[in-house]
Design a protein around this ligand. Structure first.
Ligand code: GLY
Ligand code: MN
Ligand code: MN
Length: 460
């Protein structure tokens, strides 16, 4: 076993180390325990998840990497987040996982033994190398303490072996090159267990707090020339303080920016007479994310035309939510949302009638998606289990119809142009229908105005 890599990952501007310094660094260190925050929250549920995967691939070696670091510039990497299926199978979710690999090693006619190939804590002591104080990627003095092999086994309940150049993980089916394995991993994650639903509720609850923070910060955001950025920052503070961060880039879109579905530039000012579309989610430390959108009047009160658009989208969302139940087709809630929108547009005279698909000029995309470890969760599932499939109890998804009335759309009366509204909530499918996880945030016109008023009054 190689105790340390031949070349530590150092910067071009790092000074070389004298023999005397290397010797001095090699000794007189007390042993330290693993920090108290090191734990694997999903420990009790991961064996059953691996057993379900094992049953689908008898006799085959499966290799599920956590993923690699990506360079941001020179010796600075992007923050690391492990591949979601790796996190799901191991419970390991931390920034200390790059390069680690879960191998499901077949034994007997069926069954697998899970083996984790990990880079353990940098060794210390005479002759054991300089990784711990020189390696900018993996050194304990650069990025923090990792578990040693015994500690990692205790944390995960999985046999751990050293990942090094001398013993790379053996080849096998890998999700990056094997569509069937990737699809299966996504499909196994479609139905959430009770622990996962609790994590999603936690993500939603922190997100609701972040939305309250944003409303309280509106006076400062309105005064700043890049108010959208201010809002992104306020939400990001809450996301980082309570969880791992945001589950996707925050969309803070004022006025006509709301007509751009994924407006993440967030470089615009806020205008008191316009709406703010805020689409944001906190990701928990266990990597489950919320995905919530509220469209708020920056004055605290909807104007008549803003209310007209908002109430049509809200009616569409209500129709979509009412269509959720086990056995319903995944498409049904979207179709229910779109029926209401198309009829509303016909009532307004924007469309000749509600038939056909011309309403899509103003809605642009689907009305929801699965939610879990990824914001667009289980996206690699096969069409027959997701897009063309039926809903099942325990699935968690968003319902998020929207109307995007482009500022340059000549089919619209001038008063409607430049208004974008999306209302997005997170729900778990239950035996009877669906339960709203994000019900703590108001959705009706009156509820939003009252909620904004009380938060703004309290912050003055
Ligand atoms: N936040 C991206 C989406 O709503 O799908
Ligand atoms: Mn969404
Ligand atoms: Mn969203």
């Amino acid at each position: 076993m190689a105790d340390s890599p031949a070349r530590p990952f150092t910067g071009s501007h790092d000074l070389s180390v004298s023999t005397e310094l290397a010797r001095f660094m090699g000794g007189s260190w007390a042993d330290t325990p693993l920090p108290p925050g090191s734990r694997v929250a999903a420990h009790s549920v991961t064996p059953a998840r691996r057993a379900r995967l094992s049953a689908r691939f008898p006799g085959e070696r499966l290799v599920i990497p956590a993923g690699e670091l990506r360079i941001r510039s020179n010796d600075c990497d992007h923050r690391f987040r492990p591949y979601s299926a790796y996190a799901w199978l191991t419970g390991l979710t931390g920034e200390d996982q790059p390069g680690h690999v879960l191998v499901m090693e077949p034994y007997g006619p069926r069954g697998h033994e899970a083996v984790l190939h990990i880079r353990p804590r940098s060794p210390r002591g005479p002759g054991s190398g300089d990784e711990f104080y020189r390696d900018r990627r993996y050194g304990e003095f650069w990025v923090g303490r990792r578990p040693d092999l015994a500690e990692a086994e205790r944390l995960t309940g999985i046999r751990c072996v050293h990942l090094d150049e001398a013993s790379p993980p053996p080849p096998g089916r890998e999700p990056s090159t094997d569509r069937e394995l990737a699809a299966t991993l996504a499909e196994l994650r479609l139905v959430k267990d009770a622990w996962e639903v609790d994590q999603l509720q936690l993500a939603v609850d922190h997100t609701a707090t972040g939305f309250e923070d944003v409303v309280r910060a509106l006076p400062q955001a309105l005064a700043h020339p890049r108010g959208e950025r201010w809002i992104e920052g306020v939400f990001g503070l809450r996301a980082r303080a309570e969880g791992n961060g945001t589950g996707y880039e925050t969309i803070a879109a004022s006025g006509a920016h709301a007509c751009v579905l994924h407006w993440i530039r967030n470089d615009g000012p806020l205008d008191r007479d316009e709406l703010l579309l805020l689409d944001a989610g906190v990701e928990t430390d266990t990597l489950y994310t919320a995905d919530i959108t509220r469209t708020l009047p920056l004055s605290g009160r909807f104007s008549p035309v803003q209310r007209q658009v908002y109430e049509l989208v809200l009616a569409a969302q209500e129709a979509g939510i009412a269509a959720l139940r086990p056995g319903a087709r995944f498409r049904d809630f979207h179709l229910a949302c779109m029926r209401v929108i198309a009829e509303g547009l016909a009532d307004w005279g924007v469309l000749k009638d509600a038939e056909g698909d011309l309403h899509r000029r103003y809605t642009l995309c689907g009305s929801g998606h699965m939610l879990g470890l990824d914001v667009h969760d289980c996206a690699q599932a096969r069409a027959e289990t997701y897009l063309d499939g039926v809903l099942a109890e325990g699935q968690v998804l968003t319902v998020e119809p929207g109307l995007y009335l482009q500022p340059d759309d000549l089919t619209l009366p001038a008063g409607l142009r430049g208004i974008g509204v999306r209302i997005e909530d997170d729900l778990v499918v239950t035996a009877e229908g669906a339960r709203l996880l994000s019900g703590a945030l108001p959705r009706t016109v009156g509820g939003i105005e009252e909620w904004m008023g009380s938060l703004l009054d309290a912050s003055l």
